[in-house]
Each structure stands twice: as structure tokens, then as C-alpha cells.
Ligand binder design. Sequence first.
Ligand code: ATP
Ligand code: MG
Length: 391
Amino acid sequence: MMEKHLIIHYGELGLKGKNKGFFEDVLRRNVMAAVRGIGIKSQIQYVLGRFVVKLPADFDEEKVKHAMRHVSGIEYFSITYRVDLDFDKISEALMKYLPRDEIADKGWKTFCVRVKKSQNDLPFSRLEAERDFGEVLFESDIGLKAKMTDPDLLVTIECFGDMAYIGFGKFKGLGGLPVGTGGKVLSLISSGFDSPVAAYRMIRRGAKVEFVHFSGQPYTRREEVEQVKKIVEILGEYQGGAKLYVVPFGEIQKKISINMDVPAKLRVVIYRRLMFKIAEKIARYKKLKALVTGESLGQVASQTLNNIAVIDEATHLPVFRPLIGMDKVEIINESQKVGTHDISRLPCTDTCSLFMPSNPEVSAKFGEVEKAEEFLGVDKIVNDAFEGLFV
Ligand code: ATP
Ligand code: MG
């Protein structure tokens, strides 16, 4: 059996000038952790702007693909057969390893050969080689027609260091930047569609994300926290695990809702400001540098520009809202890609509808909110909540 190698290409970080080495090191470490996570013990080699990992004989292709699709910073990868850089050897391997079953199963009709020459001193031209190997396949009657753009089967031949690496298929990675290059942030997470996608977007930009959830317990269904835990687990796959802090928030909401000095229509804004204040306390304690939410402009009453402004005043930390300009449909589609869709579509069991007024304010006045918060004794609520959080 021929040795197989995983080849990983990364994109944007290649452009980072002086920082390039740092980004590559972090990516390499993350790739290493991901392959270790599926039981592969090989070293990772850096060769001319890509990583190469020798795969053990018994590797599980689906597991490798799953792992690589969860490492931020990978542009694309392929699983390749390695042969000597020699026309006959390559031709032979092409015929021998062509995935005939897969072609039949998937009803593929077209193919294209792409050669990548990573050294200038190779004695052939890329275009010639593509044409020649395409012809080899074509003449051997593989039943596929050549198609240069968007073929069903993309055959890749990467040439470097006296060897050719032949791949059938080129798989798209997440793109983005390696986790660990972008600092640490705290995501306010619920089981809805939005906040998981927002957290994912931060991970994709290289941030390491920790999570805080404000639980409506005991006034919400028991599954509430379980659903959030599952979501955090799914997101954790993109960054080698994730911490979740759970803050009991149900009693706080109840207390606010029965306080006659707090106008009902301001409740939403006040709940959210409290969440921000408690989150800020956690963030400072854990040295996390920003908050992240799934807000999108105008989506619900608390997300009007006026309310966002008043809510923002509750914290001195930067608040990132990666979804601010997205439509709900776009967010839901992205949640499918992220993998959180099927949990988020379950009926909302979290705090979103708990103790909510029937006509929330859409344009809260800062002064009124401040006054109501004075009556409530917000600082004590925040401190007590911080003491009461669990992991
Ligand atoms: P999502 O789909 O993320 O639940 P949403 O459409 O329900 O968002 P809101 O309820 O206004 O919108 O919440 C806005 C943001 O506030 C959420 O995206 C999330 O970041 C944060 N948030 C809301 N509820 C909670 C909660 N119970 N715990 C932690 N964060 C929350
Ligand atoms: Mg929600």
C-alpha cells in the first residue's frame, strides 16, 4: 500500500509579513492538536509554504476531513499518494488509485488535472504536465470528460522535493486565522441561532472564545442549559475545547419584573445591561479582552440603535457584534455550516421570553434606565451574580 500524506495549505496568513512565523507556529500547533485528537502521531513537516503530515496505514479519512474542517486558518487540504517525481510513476499511480467506486457512486462526469510546481528548477512546464496527465487518464477510458472549471473530480499533483503528491479532490478549509493569534474574548451565548454564529466568526478570526450563559433557571425548562452546553461543545471543536460559565439569572429577572420602580418597558434593556456588567466582571477576572454578542441591527426591540447605545454604556470593554449587518436568513444558513443549526432550531427555552414586557421600549433614555437601576441596587446584583456563577 502506498504511503498517504495529508497536505495542508493556508491562505491569508501567508501574507502577514513579519508576523508570518508566529501565525504559522500557532497554526502548526493547532493542526498538531487536531491530528493528535484523532489518534495520529506523525510529525508535521513544513515544506515550502504548506504542512505535510504522513498518515498511518489505518487512518480514517472521514475523521481526518472532519478534523481539518475545524481548524481555522486552513485554506484547503488534500489527502494524497506520494510517488517519485517521474512521468511513468505518476501515470501509473493515477490509474491505480483513481477512486473508481466513488466516481460511479456519485455519478461524476467530468475531471480536471491541476499540477502545482513548488520549485522553479523542475524540468517541465505546469501546463504541459496538466495536459499530459489529463491525456493519460482520458486515454485509459476512465469514463470522464475533461472540464477545466468546476469539474466533479479535481485531480491534483503537487510537486516538491523530488516527489509528487497525487490527490483526488481538494477540500476547502475554514479559511480565517489560527485560533490563538487573536486574543481571548467572552461570548454571551444562548441557544438561539445568532450568538453561536457570532462566536464562530470570532474563532475564525483567530480569537479564543470563552462563554457565559445567563440561565433562566428555575423558570425555564431544564433542557435550557443542556442545549447551551451542546452548542458550546460544537463550537469548542473549532478551538480545542471551550469554557462555559453559567450565571443563574432567573431570580434576578423575576426580582426586576416585580419591582414597581422599574418601568416594565425598560426591563429588556435593563436585563441586557446587567448581562453586560456581569460579563465584564467575568471577563476582567479571566483576562478576556472583549465581549461578543449575536445582535443584529433592528432584529428585535433590544437591538434598535438607541437601545444598543444604552446597553453599550453598561461596559467599558469593547463589544463585538459580528452579525450586526446580517439578515436572519443569512445567519440561519451560516449556523448550518457551523453545525449549531439543529440545536438552535429547537424551541426557545432560554431567558428570551422570560419576564418580558408586552411592549418593550424601542428607544430607551439613558437617564430613565439609570434611575431604575439605582432603585434596583445594580452593583450588588452584579456582585452576587458573579459569586453565584458555576462552570
Ligand atoms: P440569539 O439567537 O443569540 O439567542 P436573539 O435573537 O435571541 O439572539 P436577544 O435575545 O436580543 O437576541 O439577544 C441578543 C444577544 O444577547 C444574543 O445574541 C446573545 O449574545 C446575548 N444573550 C441573549 N440571551 C442570553 C443569555 N440567556 N445568556 C447569554 N447571552 C445572551
Ligand atoms: Mg435568544
